[in-house]
Design a protein around this ligand. Structure first.
Ligand SMILES: Cc1cc2nc3c(=O)[nH]c(=O)nc-3n(C[C@H](O)[C@H](O)[C@H](O)COP(=O)(O)OP(=O)(O)OC[C@H]3O[C@@H](n4cnc5c(N)ncnc54)[C@H](O)[C@@H]3O)c2cc1C
Length: 109
């Protein structure tokens, strides 16, 4: 495992939070991800994926590929909820990432 490079807390476990958390955890950060809503599946419409987006994110994290599944998901597009579910599964399997639901951040002291 990569040596610890730091600690991060991310508020919000939607697409941005999950991708950021995965990238940081794979780069050696210990990440706590706080999401105010429950762990039930989220819904959403279609989302377009730039051809190289997932590859760039994977390289950023020092990995050959994100485990988001075969084409067309990884190359073209997916439903928002499918992409969210796959990112969430990857986050739940990430050794340096702790994902907590039903935790609304109310302030920072
Ligand atoms: C009405 C609407 C429809 C859209 N439809 C589409 C679409 O069809 N396709 C598409 O690609 N994009 C769509 N979008 C854009 C969509 O917002 C982005 O695709 C994507 O969801 C943005 O992800 P995000 O992680 O940046 O933000 P968000 O998805 O907004 O995620 C923010 C997360 O932070 C959590 N959070 C916020 N405050 C706190 C707190 N205090 N404590 C803990 N957790 C907190 C929220 O619960 C949420 O999970 C739509 C946006 C809107 C508003």
């Amino acid at each position: 495992m990569t040596p610890n490079r730091g600690t991060a807390v991310i508020v919000g476990a939607s697409l941005s939070g999950l991708m950021t958390g995965l990238a940081l955890s794979r780069a050696g950060w210990d990440v706590t991800l706080l999401e105010r809503v429950g762990s039930f599946p989220r819904t959403g419409a279609a989302i377009g994926l730039d051809d190289g987006l997932l590859g760039r994110l994977a390289r950023l994290a020092g990995r050959p590929a994100f485990p988001l599944g075969p084409p067309p998901v990884a190359q073209q597009g997916a439903t928002w909820s499918e992409l969210h579910a796959r990112l969430r599964a990857a986050a739940e399997a990430a050794p340096r990432l702790a994902l907590h639901h039903d935790v609304p951040l109310r302030g920072v002291v």
